[in-house]
Design a protein around this ligand. Sequence first.
Ligand SMILES: Cc1cc2nc3c(=O)[nH]c(=O)nc-3n(C[C@H](O)[C@H](O)[C@H](O)COP(=O)(O)OP(=O)(O)OC[C@H]3O[C@@H](n4cnc5c(N)ncnc54)[C@H](O)[C@@H]3O)c2cc1C
Length: 325
Amino acid sequence: QGLIGERGQFHVRASKGIHLVVPKDRIHSSTGLILRTEKSVLFVIPWGRHWIIGTTDTDWDLDKAHPAASSADIDYLLQHVNSVLNTPLTRDDVQGVYAGLRPLLAGESDATSKLSREHTVAHPAPGLVVVAGGKYTTYRVMAKDAVDEAVHGLDQRVAACVTEDTPLLGAEGYKALWNARARIAARTGLHVARVEHLLNRYGSMTEEILELILADPTLGEPLPAADDYLRAEIVYAASHEGARHLDDVLTRRTRISIETFDRGTRSARLCAELMAPVLGWDEGRIDREVQHYEKRVEAERESQRQPDDLTADAARLGAPDIVPI
Ligand SMILES: Cc1cc2nc3c(=O)[nH]c(=O)nc-3n(C[C@H](O)[C@H](O)[C@H](O)COP(=O)(O)OP(=O)(O)OC[C@H]3O[C@@H](n4cnc5c(N)ncnc54)[C@H](O)[C@@H]3O)c2cc1C
């Protein structure tokens, strides 16, 4: 948009939303919950061995790379969820906290919770298609709308979009593998619950993980401090999923950073050592990756002790991004 000046610009506002992760045994419920709040709704969602509680919805104009959750954000969620729980949750029950920014198309309203969650496509100048807003569950429609708009301006004919019939990576063959999960467990020596975990995460790409384990059976062992995950998943993140740094693995390819009370710090060194041969890391690089991750976790913890956005942002900025070499 910067290239075409002010004409026909989309204005996007960042709205911060944070979520809490607590262990499954802290809330005794057989269903998820949706609660009304003054401004919006609050979800309590079962997720693996945890509950996810969220979310907040507040304007954010500070650092966009690392939105920080403040103490006020966490208290807001605890206060609302505690209004319906027999045994209230405390800060000590919180395993993980994560914050994100919704890119909302700016409109009439001041409150971000009132802005549209829809996406919009525009073609403000020849050769430039802009798509803004939107959400995860509609990403294929967003992509289709944007590509259709781009194709509109081309001379040659382009075949109609087939996104609706294109399976996700790992979807093809998934159901047959799921039916065969007991046999896969017997063949590989993994517990059937492990095979289910892999199928749930990777679909039919699970075969590639199993190949890694076949070549090196130690990769079939779980991580001691995050035992939902096998060592092979860490190697796979580096060899097949484009992970380049330790925090890619602990926060993005897996969710260890929000699934453990230590926020992944107890798994950091082992994970870096598993990634090292794939990415050609020496001892010095392993140390740097671990130190960087520990600093990041400490900065996030510190930001979550701060009273408001400004102080939380300042604390989070204490841990700079790792510099590629
Ligand atoms: C609080 C909140 C609630 C939401 N609720 C919903 C909902 O209920 N339903 C829904 O459908 N959508 C929801 N969304 C929107 C949804 O999360 C996003 O649309 C979706 O995550 C966008 O996916 P993405 O892969 O495009 O980008 P992202 O998920 O943002 O992924 C981009 C990734 O790239 C990484 N990255 C950035 N720069 C670099 C770099 N230089 N090098 C390497 N990596 C980099 C980032 O760390 C990030 O992991 C919500 C968003 C928020 C913030």
